[in-house]
Ligand binder design. Structure first.
Ligand SMILES: NC(=O)c1ccc[n+]([C@@H]2O[C@H](COP(=O)([O-])OP(=O)(O)OC[C@H]3O[C@@H](n4cnc5c(N)ncnc54)[C@H](OP(=O)(O)O)[C@@H]3O)[C@@H](O)[C@H]2O)c1
Length: 329
């Protein structure tokens, strides 16, 4: 049997368990040029919700389709050149036990790293942090770097890479517990609980020299506050807008744009991690080395069982994860 979660219907406001529908179907048979893959790890991402809002960097989800999602799996049968049973591959085949896919939609992973790392820190999550910070944010030693959703998958990596780059690192996260953890366990210089209110004042207090690089995972009130605290010629790497995904309608944007962008000569630049895949091998090797040498802690937050995927995604928007949330099958 191939167990699947379908995308059932567009959410009214927040996603709920009934946004998805459980179904069981026959295991697909691979055709020539295809491989049959068994899912081992399923990535849960804020983007899963954003894809329900309409066209993004990919087409919007359509009700009735298998819920999309990035996954890591094992080839169980191959009719594709270059792939054989037992190979570990990654790709976007969604919330299901099995998928038959053409080889061009599968990327073979040859590293011996555990699957828990291949679903995030040593794949999309780590690469997003790496390229967004180093290529878009371009931090210099001594810079103050702010990252929002700092206790999450991308944020934990951004903060630690920024420390390796010689920066002073400040994060925002929901709740004092997460903030304390960022400073105590991950080496952040300071962290601000954006849910406690007064985020501008709190950030001003811990960024006495202003902000040189803001890695924006959230948009919303943290972006508003950061804009006012940015230094001349500061860089804002626009990675995501998680504060505005799980809502009926996104709120209007910060009123300070473009005024502050002009006067402070800021550069705000959006990016999608795939833009940098030409440099992927080198970035992955560096990330793997940092993790191996203990210079970066790869934080993963694993939930067991495909049946738990909807609730685990809902919980992501409640901030119930630390580090990379993924489902193990
Ligand atoms: N550009 C790209 O190529 C790319 C690739 C991957 C991910 N992304 C983006 O990167 C961002 C982080 O993704 P991730 O996978 O690392 O997820 P994540 O940070 O592990 O999980 C999402 C986090 O967002 C926070 N959050 C939820 N609602 C919020 C709100 N209303 N305001 C502020 N924070 C809120 C929660 O933490 P708290 O407890 O702090 O609220 C939650 O833990 C997302 O915006 C995602 O779309 C972009």
């Amino acid at each position: 049997m191939n167990r699947q979660w379908l995308y059932a219907k567009p959410p009214q406001g927040k996603i709920a368990v009934d946004t998805f529908q459980w179904t069981e179907t026959a295991i697909p048979v691979p055709r020539d040029g295809e491989a049959l893959v068994r899912t081992r790890m399923l990535s849960l991402d804020p983007a899963n919700r954003a894809w329900m809002m309409g066209k993004t960097y990919r087409d919007a989800l359509q009700p009735g389709q298998v819920m999309s999602g990035f996954a890591v799996g094992e080839v169980v049968e191959s009719k594709a050149a270059g792939l054989k049973a037992g190979d570990i591959v990654e790709g976007d085949w969604g919330w299901q036990d099995y998928a038959a896919l053409p080889a061009r939609r599968l990327a073979k992973r040859t590293t011996k790293a555990p699957l828990e790392l291949l679903i995030g820190p040593l794949s999309i999550t780590g690469l997003t942090a790496y390229f967004g910070l180093l290529e878009v944010g371009k931090p210099k030693p001594g810079d103050t770097v702010l990252v929002s959703a700092a206790a999450g998958a991308v944020g934990t990596m951004v903060g630690q890479i920024a420390k390796l780059a010689g920066c002073r690192v400040v994060g925002t996260a929901g709740g004092q517990d997460k903030c304390d953890w960022l400073v105590r366990d991950l080496g952040f210089d300071a962290a601000v609980d954006y849910k406690a209110g007064g985020v501008y004042r709190a950030l001003r207090a811990v960024c006495p020299d202003g902000i040189d690089v803001y890695f924006d995972n959230t948009g919303g009130p943290v972006l508003d506050a950061a804009l006012s605290l940015m230094n001349l010629r500061g860089r804002i790497a626009c990675c995501g807008n998680v504060s505005q995904y799980d809502v009926e309608k996104p709120a209007p944007g910060p009123m300070a744009v473009p005024g502050l962008v002009v006067t402070k000569r800021l550069r705000m630049e959006g990016f999608i991690v795939m833009d940098f895949y030409g440099q992927r091998a080198e970035a992955e090797a560096r990330l793997a080395r940092w993790v191996e040498e203990g210079k970066i802690k790869a934080i993963v937050d694993i939930v067991d069982g495909l049946e738990k995927a909807p609730q685990a995604l809902i919980d992501l928007f409640e901030g119930r994860n630390k580090g990379k949330r993924a489902v193990r099958l």
